[in-house]
Design a protein around this ligand. Sequence first.
Ligand SMILES: NC(=O)c1ccc[n+]([C@@H]2O[C@H](COP(=O)([O-])OP(=O)(O)OC[C@H]3O[C@@H](n4cnc5c(N)ncnc54)[C@H](OP(=O)(O)O)[C@@H]3O)[C@@H](O)[C@H]2O)c1
Length: 339
Amino acid sequence: MSWELLLWLLALCALLALVVQLLRFLRADGDLTLLWAEWQGRRPEWELTDMVVWVTGASSGIGEELVYQLSKLGVSLVLSARRVQELERVKRRCLENGNLKDKDILVLPLDLTDRSSHEAATKMVLQEFGKIDILVNNAGRSQRSLFVETSLDVYKELIELNYLGTLSLTMCVLPHMIERKQGKIVTVNSLLGIISAPLSSGYCASKHALRGFFNCLRTELATYPGIVVSNICPGPVQSNIVKNALSEEVTKSVGIDVAQSHKMVTSRCVRLMLISMANDLKEVWIADHPFLLIAYLWQYMPTWAWWLTNILGKKRIENFKKGLDADASYFKTWKTKHD
Ligand SMILES: NC(=O)c1ccc[n+]([C@@H]2O[C@H](COP(=O)([O-])OP(=O)(O)OC[C@H]3O[C@@H](n4cnc5c(N)ncnc54)[C@H](OP(=O)(O)O)[C@@H]3O)[C@@H](O)[C@H]2O)c1
């Protein structure tokens, strides 16, 4: 075979590989490392059994679905959030799944903003189960309001809950993991910890701060290879996040159910989270297009991303001012066209 032919063949292979990657990307609902792990990596069913997993924000949405899926893997669970009745409801459903007994699930009411209670809560988990293998920092609230119309208290609350509350609980659990030289700290961040969008400036700030913090903590823990720090960054996922989002005043949440059909189904998001946990991935992005594409643009082509976000953002603000759900109308149309 001549050199020329060999070069042509190599170029053709490279082109084919590129086309395959492009097709994979068009169908992707997570970053490509995560989807590779889903295809070739370790299964949650092999890796996560017999673990003690503490999930905050387990009374609703992503956290609720996460504990349902975990309960099928035979783990011991600690369910935390403020609303104890909701946690008891979630516990009952976990028990209906059949794999766990009453003693395997601890309902532990916790307000993430009440930092003085975190040490005692951690002690209670250790008393009950003797160890904490995985802490899932999931509890959090979002925001729907323009900066110029929003009280500073809203910003304080978002930082208290999403950022400082999460740090405080991590600070209580980490010494135990360091002692055992193992553990996973999994934080449910957001694509808004990477990109930015109007109407969520305080939420974006809290999630950007969280991402910066945990990326730094990972480097400080480099001497403990058994301790894994993971950032999970979902795009829009079906849950109560918008209904519970803060608006202009700290006492005022959005309070209404919004359309969910343009968002990722919660069970799919959680399945990908479990894959990430089983494979110790450091950061994962979980989103359908166009949100996933937008995240890649922000990461690799920021100038284009800012241009596009200004266009989409203008529409988002217009919808908000008309009292419509900020995203639903145009992303729903996009999704219907492309599904
Ligand atoms: N859904 C999305 O589109 C999306 C996208 C990206 C990231 N996320 C992130 O996913 C996480 C879960 O949100 P979600 O979508 O499942 O929303 P959700 O349905 O509103 O659930 C939020 C959870 O956080 C808990 N929580 C709120 N304030 C708390 C506090 N002060 N102390 C303790 N727990 C508190 C709530 O329980 P109580 O009210 O009972 O306390 C609830 O269980 C959040 O960190 C959010 O930022 C969501």
